[in-house]
Design a protein around this ligand. Sequence first.
Ligand SMILES: Nc1ncnc2c1ncn2[C@@H]1O[C@H](COP(=O)(O)OP(=O)(O)OP(=O)(O)O)[C@@H](O)[C@H]1O
Length: 300
Amino acid sequence: MAALAQPAYPRAMQGESACPAPERVPERMTRPAANAAPAIEVLSAEKVFADGTRGLAPVDLTVREGEFLSLIGPSGCGKSTLLSLIANLAEPSDGRLLWWRGGFEGVGAEGRRMSVVFQDATLMPWLRIAANVRLPLDLAGVKKVQAAPRVQAALDLVGLGEKGRSYPRQLSGGMRMRAAIARGLVTEPNLLLMDEPFGALDEFTRNKLDADLVDLWWRRSLTVLFVTHSIYEAVFLSTRIVVMAARPGRIFAELAIDEPHPRGDAFRRSPRFADYCQRLSALLTEASLASDPSNAEAHP
Ligand SMILES: Nc1ncnc2c1ncn2[C@@H]1O[C@H](COP(=O)(O)OP(=O)(O)OP(=O)(O)O)[C@@H](O)[C@H]1O
């Protein structure tokens, strides 16, 4: 199994600009090919909760390998519900899902590993950072001596290489979120599911983590499914954005961000960025109007 930290990724999620030095950039990349293999297929999946709430109308969605796909939409449109189906934390009431073209029992095999990072870092306060990051390996029965270098590599990758012996209370909010990401990365996932991971952070810290995350995604050929409420964040990070509408939760529109990677501040300041944000904002306004309860009968 490949080690997490490799010389090619020394600056990922550290204190510097996320833009790597030109000589390190292997190639410029836009979107993964439309015919890239599917990592996740959501096939007419629906979710009706025990109290009768229709969290998701039948949804069809393919997440292709190498995509950075963001879900955005008004509150209650089913973003977290869809993510929880994909994470297999909940089952669809109808329809089905495929993970790497197979059932969930195949998840965890080489090339089919998946991790989830939530908005709350959910670190155990009584455990040091290294022990928190090691938890998924402990659960998988990996011996401490084998886990130690993998934990250190994951911490290095998110810029917390020196913080393994600290306790969560000794870290800032941004650092705690980095630790949660390290815990997500320690199993060397191919697919990272992220539910508003930076939603509670100030804008400066959030921009920095966004830049470092997209750098990490690009350099490690990850597939990321990312839930956010932020237009700027979605445009900056994504290769494709799926806009959802509520009542019932459903896919409303899509927007491809055909912008090469790596992305940095130059993209954020460019007219193209502003144009994408305006287009996404217009789609969100339409999605919000379509989510109005008075329109519910149009989507029984
Ligand atoms: N366990 C549950 N029981 C009943 N209804 C639920 C349950 N979980 C979610 N819902 C409802 O399903 C719908 C979708 O919820 P979900 O949390 O997926 O939306 P969301 O888009 O993630 O919202 P937000 O942006 O506010 O986090 C909402 O109407 C919500 O109230």
